[in-house]
Every structure is written in structure tokens, then in C-alpha cells.
Design a protein around this ligand. Structure first.
Ligand code: ATP
Length: 308
């Protein structure tokens, strides 16, 4: 694995076996620097197992992973891991401490300059005004945000969040989503976030990895996924060069598939299109509309036997 790699996180043929049960089977994942990478999978798919391996909480049975190009077998992995913050399963909070006290303790553990940036961190996660309230009195959303603040204490470049919106109410979900977007866009933090709720991830993710029964089925960018899911009209025409000229003049997004076949994407203005084509003496022989939703895409991917 290459230290100049564009991936801050990469795995190769990663496997984890618990006795006879294979929780991860040859997983390859590539998290580009600057991405919000959505790890999508049903309950039991292997998301937490993968995240636990990446955080060094468990060892792989076989295969490798690298952080910032440093292989996990290298002694330098400990230094690379300092560039990573994580909230795995439930955040590890001291329930009898306030938000500030929790952060102070984390600063002490990490040996960080005393209180340097602590107010900013509390403000960033929306917990600046929680005063003497102890963590045990926090809402689930506040606890999750405090967990994220703890993960951010060492100023990581990569934040790993395992199902951060699980169990949150709609308001809590929005707050976490906005926090992730702020961390990524304004602070340049790469985020790996797992969820079984594809719709929620679709509001955030720039990249996806779909994991199912321990197998990484597909990695895809948000742009590619959007293209796969958006409305598509499949046309058979007598003259695709003429169709291309017309599409260009109407500003339509299209792909010529053969000398008679093409796909048009998005909203297609049929009347204008057919009028313009007839002026070019190009005949439309057939058209078929396809409209694939995100959920359909996912169900097709996993073989139609699960729920997103
Ligand atoms: P969830 O959202 O339910 O946590 P997940 O995708 O995070 O799902 P994992 O927690 O990674 O899934 O679990 C993957 C599979 O591995 C599950 O079938 C689980 O029962 C199994 N598993 C996890 N940890 C162990 C363990 N320590 N011993 C045996 N099996 C385990």
C-alpha cells in the first residue's frame, strides 16, 4: 500500500472469522481523502466488525488494511491511528460528568494541551450551553454529539462513526447530519459513517460501500449512484448522430449506446425533442421510461431479499 495513496483508508481482502462464522469475507474498501463514505448494510452485515478492525479493537483473521498508506502490520500504524477518531457502538461517556468534564478527561488521557480549543469543540457539537448538566441527563442525540466531540479531541483527519443516528428522533438525526457535513466541509475531516438507513446516508455521502453478509458488494460514488437511480429514457432512433446534435442543442444529458440506441437522463421534454428530431429526419422507433429509486437499487444489489 502506497503512502502517497489518495485513500486515507483502504482494505484488501479483509476477513474476520468468529469460530465457524465468517463475519467479513474478503472485504476491499477505499475511503478517499475528503469523502463522506457511507457504509451501508443491514443489521448483522458486518459494519461494526469492519469498524472494530479498522480501529484496532480486533485483529483481522486475514487480509490487510492501511491508514494513510500505513499497513496495519507496520509499527507506524499507532501513529497513523492518532489521525483517526471513532465512535463505535455507543459513545464511551462518563455519565456522572458534564460535557466539559468528559472532554477534560479525554484531553488528560490524550496528553493534550490543557483546554486548548475545548470551548470551540463544545460549540461545534452544539453543547456549549449544557453547563452543569451531567451526561446521564442528556438526550440520546446530545450523548451522540458528546461522543463525537470526544472522538474529535485529538484533531483527527478521519472520523469513523458507527450507526450515529440509530435510535435518534428526527431533530437529533438532523443535528448529527449537519454536524457531519460541517466537519467534512468546513474542517476538511474525512468521515466513514455506517448505517442501515440508506435514505439517511444519501443526504450526506459522497461515496458508498454496500456490505451484505460480510461481503462488500459494491463501492460507488454518490454521482454514479444518482445516475443509476435517476429517471432514464431508453430510445431507439434511426439516426443517433442526429439525436446527439438535438440533445446538445436542448442541453439534455444523454449517452449513445449504439447506432440506434441511446439513453436520456432526467426530465425529457418530449414535444420539443420529437419536433427537433423530425426536423433532422430522425425517427423515434421506440422509447421506454425507467425510474429506479435508491431503495430499488439497493434491493437489486442485495438480491431483493432485504430491507434498506
Ligand atoms: P448491527 O447494525 O446489527 O450491529 P453490523 O452490520 O454492525 O450490524 P456486526 O455487528 O459487524 O454487524 O456483526 C456481523 C455478524 O458477526 C453478526 O452476525 C454477528 O452476530 C456476528 N458477530 C459479531 N461479533 C461476534 C463475536 N464476537 N462472536 C461471534 N459472532 C459475532
Amino acid at each position: 500500500m502506497d503512502p502517497n495513496s489518495n485513500y486515507c483508508l483502504e482494505t484488501k481482502a479483509l476477513c474476520k472469522q468468529y469460530k465457524n462464522f465468517k463475519a467479513l469475507i474478503g472485504v476491499d474498501i477505499h475511503v478517499p481523502k475528503g469523502a463522506i463514505y457511507g457504509l451501508v448494510g443491514q443489521n448483522g452485515a458486518g459494519k461494526t466488525t469492519l469498524i472494530r478492525l479498522l480501529c484496532g479493537l480486533q485483529n483481522p483473521t486475514s487480509g490487510t488494511y492501511s491508514l494513510y498508506g500505513i499497513p496495519h502490520t507496520s509499527s507506524a500504524i499507532h501513529t497513523a491511528r492518532k489521525r483517526m477518531g471513532a465512535v463505535v457502538e455507543t459513545p464511551a461517556l462518563q455519565q456522572d460528568m458534564t460535557a466539559r468534564e468528559n472532554l477534560e478527561q479525554q484531553y488528560r488521557i490524550l496528553g493534550l494541551p490543557w483546554k486548548n480549543g475545548m470551548d470551540d469543540l463544545l460549540a461545534l457539537v452544539g453543547l456549549a450551553d449544557t453547563g452543569k448538566k451531567k451526561a446521564k441527563a442528556f438526550s440520546l442525540g446530545m450523548r451522540q454529539r458528546l461522543g463525537i466531540a470526544l472522538a474529535l479531541c485529538g484533531s483527527p483527519d478521519l472520523l469513523v462513526l458507527d450507526e450515529p443516528v440509530n435510535g435518534l428522533d428526527p431533530q437529533g438525526i438532523v443535528e448529527i447530519r449537519e454536524l457531519i457535513l460541517t466537519l467534512n466541509r468546513e474542517h476538511g475531516i474525512t468521515v466513514l459513517v455506517s448505517s442501515h438507513i440508506l435514505d439517511e446516508l444519501s443526504r450526506l455521502a459522497t461515496h458508498y460501500g454496500f456490505i451484505h453478509h460480510g461481503v462488500m458488494l459494491k463501492e460507488i460514488t454518490a454521482r454514479e449512484l444518482e445516475n443509476s437511480c435517476r429517471k432514464r429514457v431508453h430510445l431507439t432512433v434511426t439516426d443517433t448522430p442526429a439525436l446527439a446534435r438535438v440533445c446538445d442543442s436542448l442541453g439534455l444529458d444523454y449517452e449513445i449506446l449504439s447506432d440506434r440506441q441511446a439513453d436520456l437522463y432526467g426530465q425529457v421534454p418530449f414535444t420539443r425533442l420529437t419536433l427537433a428530431l423530425s426536423r433532422e429526419n430522425c425517427e423515434v422507433q421506440s422509447f421506454q421510461e425507467h425510474n429506479e429509486s435508491l431503495e430499488n437499487y439497493y434491493l437489486n444489489l442485495i438480491g431483493g431479499n432485504g430491507h434498506a
